[in-house]
Design a protein around this ligand. Structure first.
Ligand SMILES: Cc1cc2nc3c(=O)[nH]c(=O)nc-3n(C[C@H](O)[C@H](O)[C@H](O)COP(=O)(O)OP(=O)(O)OC[C@H]3O[C@@H](n4cnc5c(N)ncnc54)[C@H](O)[C@@H]3O)c2cc1C
Length: 347
C-alpha cells in the first residue's frame, strides 16, 4: 500500500520484542531521556549527561555507544552540510535522529566523515501535504527510465545514476521542488510497475497527481511546463537514445541505472516530484570496532558509535550505499563485542 502501513506489523513489534529480551537479561532502558553531552576525563569518555522530565541525570559507564540514527531530522545540520532548503525536502523518516550524537562527538574531538550525502528517494510532490504518499510509492524507477525536467522543459541532471543520486542532486538545489518526471506508456507499464509498492497504480490510489496526454505538448501544458521546450528536449533525448549518443546530451546521460528508453508511445505521463531524505550517510568517523576516531586517527577511549550516526562507509562521489539496517546491526554487534572484551580485560 501507499502511505504509512507499519503499525502492528513491523519495526514496532521488533522493538517491543528486543526491549522484552533486554529486560529479561537485567538491561535497563530509560525512555523519554535525551542524551545531551558526553562526560570526558583526561581524553577518556566516562559517561553521558542526559535530560528527562525531572531535569538532568548523569550516567557513568565503561563504554558509551552513540547510536542516535544520524542527523536527517536536523534542519540546521542539513543546511550546513547538504542543501539550503530542508523545508522543501520531504522528511522521509521518524524525526527522532536530530544529530545530538554528532554534536556530542564533535565536541569531544571526534573526526566527522562525508556529511554531504544522504539516503533517500523520489516521491510525488503531493507527499509534502499528503501523508498517504510517503514513504511509498517511490518514483525512482520511472525517473531513471525516463527524464527529469524543470518548468522550462530542460533536463536537470543525469537520470541514469539512479534514484538516490537524483534525490541528492535535487536536494542541493535552490528549489528542490522544481522537478517533474516525464515518461511514456511503455515506461509507465514496465518501470512504473516494477517496485514492491509501485507508483503504477499506487500513486493515484494514494491521491497523487498523474498528468497524462496524447502529445508531449499537451502533457507539458497540463503539468505547467513550457510545451515548445519540452517537445525539443524529448525529441533530442529520443534521438540520442537511438544513436547511442547519450554522453553528448546536456547534461550527459549515463546508463548505470539501466538502459534508457525512448519516450515515444502515447499516452505520455508527467509526475511532479520531491526529494525525500530517509537517513544521512555521513557522520562520526569510526574504526572497524566502532571506536570513535580523532582527526589524527587515534581513538577516543570508551567512546563508540554505530549505525546511522557513523560516517565513512557510505556516500562519496559515487554515492555508495550498504543499507541502513545492515550498518546498524553489524556495527552494533561489533561495538558490543569490543566493549565487552574491553570490560573483561579491565576486571
Ligand atoms: C521509511 C524508511 C524505510 C527504510 N527502509 C530501509 C530498508 O529497506 N533497508 C534498510 O537497510 N534500511 C532502511 N531504512 C533505514 C533504517 O531504518 C535506518 O538506517 C536504521 O534504522 C538506523 O538504525 P540506527 O539504530 O542507527 O538508528 P535509529 O533506528 O534511528 O535509532 C536511533 C534511536 O536513538 C534515539 N535517539 C536519538 N537521539 C537521542 C538522544 N539524544 N538521546 C537518546 N536517544 C536518542 C531515537 O529516538 C531512536 O530510537 C529505512 C528508513 C525509513 C525511515
Amino acid at each position: 500500500m501507499a502511505g504509512q502501513d507499519w503499525r502492528g506489523r513491523g519495526p514496532d513489534l521488533m522493538l517491543g520484542e528486543l526491549k522484552k529480551r533486554l529486560e529479561e537479561r537485567q538491561g535497563r532502558i530509560f525512555f523519554g531521556t535525551q542524551a545531551m553531552a558526553l562526560r570526558m576525563a583526561s581524553g577518556h569518555c566516562t559517561g553521558v549527561t542526559a535530560r528527562d522530565q525531572n531535569g538532568e541525570t548523569a550516567f557513568g559507564g565503561g563504554a558509551v555507544v552513540i547510536a542516535d540514527g544520524g542527523f536527517p531530522g536536523s534542519a540546521d545540520l542539513f543546511r550546513r552540510h547538504i542543501g539550503p532548503h530542508p523545508e522543501r525536502v520531504l522528511q522521509r523518516h521518524a524525526g527522532s535522529a536530530r544529530g545530538d550524537g554528532l554534536r556530542m562527538a564533535e565536541a569531544a574531538g571526534a573526526a566527522l566523515a562525508r556529511l554531504d550525502r544522504f539516503y533517500g528517494h523520489l516521491l510525488s510532490r503531493d507527499a509534502m501535504q499528503n501523508e498517504g504518499l510517503w514513504p511509498y510509492p517511490q518514483i525512482d524507477a520511472v525517473a531513471t527510465a525516463g527524464i527529469v525536467v524543470d518548468a522550462s522543459g530542460q533536463r536537470l541532471l543525469d537520470e541514469g545514476l539512479g534514484g538516490i543520486s537524483i534525490t541528492n542532486d535535487l536536494a542541493r538545489l535552490d528549489d528542490p521542488l522544481c522537478a517533474t518526471v516525464i515518461c511514456d506508456a511503455a515506461i509507465w507499464e514496465s518501470a512504473g510497475r516494477a517496485a514492491q509498492i509501485p507508483p503504477n497504480p499506487q500513486l493515484e490510489k494514494g491521491g497523487g497527481t498523474l498528468h497524462r496526454a496524447d502529445t508531449i505538448a499537451a502533457l507539458a501544458a497540463k503539468a505547467g511546463i513550457s510545451p515548445e521546450r519540452l517537445s525539443e528536449t524529448v525529441t533530442a533525448y529520443n534521438a540520442a537514445v537511438r544513436s547511442g549518443a547519450l554522453v553528448l546530451l546536456a547534461p550527459p546521460r549515463s546508463t548505470r541505472g539501466g538502459s534508457p528508453k525512448p519516450i515515444e508511445t502515447a499516452p505520455f505521463f508527467a509526475i511532479s516530484i520531491c526529494p525525500g531524505i530517509t537517513n544521512t550517510m555521513g557522520g562520526i568517523a569510526i574504526d572497524g570496532h566502532g571506536r570513535v576516531k580523532r582527526p589524527d586517527h587515534s581513538v577516543i577511549d570508551g567512546l563508540y558509535a554505530a549505525g546511522g550516526s557513523t560516517g565513512g562507509l557510505e556516500g562519496g562521489g559515487a554515492l555508495g550505499y550498504v543499507g541502513g539496517l545492515i550498518k546498524a546491526c553489524v556495527f552494533g554487534f561489533r561495538v558490543a563485542e569490543h566493549a565487552a572484551a574491553r570490560r573483561r580485560l579491565s576486571c
